[in-house]
Design a protein around this ligand. Structure first.
Ligand code: RUB
Length: 321
C-alpha cells in the first residue's frame, strides 16, 4: 500500500538510481514493497534499454543490480527479488532475450509476491478467534493483511499497535487498521509489557528469516517476543518465503542496518559528546516464535531450512556464489 502510494520516480534520475534513493530514504519501505520496487525498477530498466551490445547490456545490468542491492542491507526480500528477476540473464544469448527474461521474471515475481501476501492473510486469519486482542509492531503489510482479513470475515478484534520509534511506522499501521475497521489502540514501544497480559496473539512481519528460523524484523520485535513468551502469548511471524534467506544457508550473517542519529534526536537536543546508536532491526531467536505463516502454510521455525531447500533445489549454487 505504502509502496504503491509513494513511488513516483524522479524524471531527473534513471529508474535504478531513483528507486535506490526511494528505498534508502524510506519513501519505499517494508520488505515486501521494497522487493517489488527493486524488481519493478529492473523491469523498467530492461524495457527501456536502448543499446544493442549484449556484453555492455550485461555489465549495465550488473551495475544496476549492485545499485539496487546496496540501497538497504537487511531485508533479504530485495536480494531474492533481484536474484529471481535476473536469474536467466547469463543464459540469454541476445539483447532481446535478456530484456524478455528480465521482464518475464520480474513481473512474475511481483505477481507472486502480491499473491503470497493475500494467501498469508487468508491462512493467518484462521488463527484469529472472534473476540481476540492482538498486537502488531511496526508496519507490516503482511501482518496487517492477516488482521484485516480476520475483520473482513466478521471477527471482532481489538488491536494494539506500537508506535515503532524512531520512524513511527505505527502511525501508518493505525491508519491501515482503522481503514480495515479495527478497534485500534496506539501504544509507545515501552508499553508492550504492560499490555501483553491482555493480548491473545501477536502478528509481526519479517525482513529476513534465517535458515535456523530466527527472525530479523523492526528493532523492538525481539522485546515484543520476549514479553509474549513471558505472558505465554502466541507470537506469529507473517512471512512470504522470499523473506527466507538462502544466504544464511551459505553462512552469511545478516547485516543489521544502522541509520542516521538524526532520526533519533534533533541537532542540539543533547550534548555533542553523547553518541547515538540507531540499529533499525533486531534478531528474534527461533525459540520465541510460535508460528511462521507463509504462503506455503503455517510452519515452525525449525522447518524453514527444509522449505527453503525444497524451493531452491540445488543449494550448492547458492553456497558457491
Ligand atoms: C519494516 C518492517 C516490517 C517488515 C515486513 O521496516 O520491519 O515489519 O519489513 O513488512 P522499515 P511487510 O519500515 O524499516 O522498512 O510485511 O510489509 O513486507
Amino acid at each position: 500500500m505504502i509502496y504503491e502510494r509513494m513511488t513516483i520516480p524522479s524524471p531527473m534520475k534513471g529508474i535504478i538510481e531513483s528507486t535506490a534513493e526511494d528505498i534508502r530514504s524510506m519513501k519505499v519501505r517494508g520488505a515486501g514493497r521494497l522487493a517489488r520496487a527493486g524488481a519493478s525498477a529492473l523491469v523498467e530498466y530492461a524495457t527501456d534499454y536502448s543499446g544493442n551490445d549484449l556484453g555492455k547490456m550485461l555489465s549495465d545490468i550488473a551495475s544496476a543490480e549492485r545499485t539496487i542491492l546496496d540501497s538497504r542491507p537487511t531485508a533479504v526480500s530485495l536480494w531474492n527479488a533481484v536474484r529471481i528477476t535476473l536469474r536467466d540473464v547469463r543464459d540469454a544469448g541476445s539483447v532481446d532475450a535478456v530484456r524478455e527474461s528480465v521482464i518475464r521474471n520480474g513481473n512474475a515475481f511481483i505477481e507472486s509476491s502480491l499473491k503470497s501476501v493475500k494467501t498469508i492473510s487468508e491462512i493467518g486469519a484462521k488463527r484469529v478467534a472472534d473476540g481476540d486482542t492482538l498486537l502488531t509492531h511496526c508496519n507490516s503489510s503482511t501482518a496487517i493483511g492477516v488482521i484485516a482479513e480476520a475483520i473482513r470475515q466478521g471477527k471482532d478484534v481489538k488491536v494494539y499497535a506500537t508506535e515503532s520509534r524512531p520512524w513511527r511506522q505505527g502511525l501508518l499501521s493505525v491508519r491501515d487498521l482503522t481503514d480495515a475497521g479495527a478497534d485500534v489502540t496506539l501504544i509507545i514501544d515501552s508499553a508492550v509489557r504492560t499490555v501483553m497480559k491482555k493480548v491473545d496473539r501477536v502478528f509481526v512481519g519479517a525482513d529476513t528469516v534465517t535458515a535456523s528460523g530466527d527472525l530479523i524484523n523492526k528493532v523492538g520485535t525481539s522485546q515484543v517476543a520476549l514479553c509474549a513468551n513471558e505472558a505465554r502469548t502466541e507470537f506469529n511471524v507473517c512471512a512470504e518465503t522470499y523473506k527466507f534467506s538462502p544466504r544464511t544457508i551459505a553462512g552469511e550473517p545478516v547485516i543489521i542496518e544502522e541509520r542516521d542519529p538524526a532520526e533519533v534526536v534533533k541537532p542540539g537536543e543533547i550534548p555533542e559528546t553523547v553518541k547515538v546508536f540507531n540499529p533499525v532491526f533486531d534478531v528474534t531467536p527461533a525459540k520465541y516464535i510460535s508460528n511462521i505463516i507463509t504462503e506455503a502454510g503455517v510452519i515452525s521455525p525449525g522447518s524453514v531450512y527444509g522449505l527453503m531447500v525444497s524451493q531452491l533445489g540445488d543449494v550448492s549454487q547458492i553456497i558457491d556464489n
